[in-house]
Write a protein that binds this ligand. Structure first.
Ligand SMILES: [Zn+2]
Length: 342
């Protein structure tokens, strides 16, 4: 494997931009290019934006070494067909055959997966989950995505949407989530959830928070997750309450995950990884009440290795589930190249 000089063309599709890049079999990003994502118009315009980013990076001389394409998408993907079933931030695509469309144009093998699942594979292959056989990845940011990697392979369930933990309900009387259910974990542990919790508390007890309100320019409506974290650091009582509640919700959620799957490690990524890691001692304390597995404290909880580039590297990791799949990509890419140059 180490002698294999082939590269994967990785594509990270987001709601506002598309990033394409070459990733080496070591997980290193070698070159990237970007294009603006056109998410709100037709399916064809969305695809054209993706092709623009790919075509830009293919101008690089490294393009010769590309053997396969991996794509990560923030939504539900059918893993058997590579169809984007539904993605909240990509309204242009509903039941859209993304794998087929990209494959048709570039004549290389293509794999498409949900971005959190892809990021989970990147952590398992080259990041904080390396060396563990059973890893559960969570990414916390504007939402909560998850991926479960067992023996180097991502768990997809029956057709791809399996292993999605962000929308497991932890409070059946909770607020309605964007997914249609009530009280999903995402509503208690994501950035917007923490900011909303803070705003509600300020509304009820404005005199209990000086620092948080100051950071928000005196207007509770402007409070963000970052300000909550900063205010808690500065000793603001209300901000600390908000984070203490987040710690308990994380423990309830992790307790369910640990009892159900008993992973060796939970890897935390995303924009809120640092905040979540700062709460781990409290989370561990609460876990004794929220996990019943006798060995629940033996599940390690660590911070992810990859940051903002996790979905891009993850797209390449779709071909890295095991060494074999990378070489299969290599062989298939060579065959296709030979036949396309005839
Ligand atoms: Zn939900």
């Amino acid at each position: 494997m180490q002698k294999d000089k082939s590269e994967i063309l990785a594509v990270d599709i987001g709601g506002t931009k598309v990033e394409a890049g070459f990733v080496a079999p070591t997980g290193r990003i070698l070159a990237t290019a970007r294009a603006k994502m056109i998410a709100n118009r037709s399916a064809g315009e969305g695809l054209a934006a993706v092709r623009e980013a790919i075509d830009r990076v293919l101008k690089n001389r490294r393009a010769r070494k590309v053997r396969a394409i991996g794509v990560s998408v923030p939504g539900w993907v059918d893993s058997k067909t590579g169809t984007v079933l539904n993605a909240a931030n990509l309204p242009c695509w509903k039941d859209f055959p993304l794998t087929r469309e990209i494959q048709k144009h570039y004549r290389l093998p293509v794999r498409v997966a949900n971005d959190a699942k892809a990021a989970a594979l990147a952590e398992a292959a080259w990041g904080a989950g390396r060396g563990y056989r059973n890893m559960f990845y969570v990414t916390l940011g504007t939402g909560a995505g998850t991926g479960h990697v067992i023996d180097g392979k991502i768990y997809m369930g029956r057709r791809g949407p399996g292993g999605e933990g962000g929308h497991t309900t932890i409070n059946f009387q909770g607020p309605r989530c964007g997914c249609g259910k009530r009280g999903c974990a995402e509503l208690y542990i994501s950035g917007p959830a923490i900011a909303r919790n803070a705003r509600e508390r300020i509304h009820k007890r404005p005199t209990d928070t000086a620092v948080m309100l100051k950071f928000a320019g005196g207007d509770a409506a402007n409070v963000t997750m970052e300000q909550v974290a900063k205010a808690a650091d500065a000793g603001d009582a209300l901000a600390r309450e908000v984070l203490a509640e987040m710690a308990e919700h994380l423990a309830i959620w992790f307790g369910n995950i640990i009892d159900l799957l008993e992973p060796e490690v939970i890897v935390i990524g995303g924009g809120l990884a640092d905040v979540a890691m700062s709460l781990i001692a409290d989370v561990r304390g609460h876990l004794d009440r929220w996990a019943c597995s006798p060995s629940h404290q033996q599940t390690a909880i660590v911070k992810a290795f990859y940051g903002a580039e996790s979905a891009l590297v993850g797209a390449a990791a779709l071909w890295m589930g095991n060494a074999k799949s990378w070489s299969v990509a290599h062989a298939r890419g060579q065959r296709r190249r030979k036949s396309s140059t005839k």
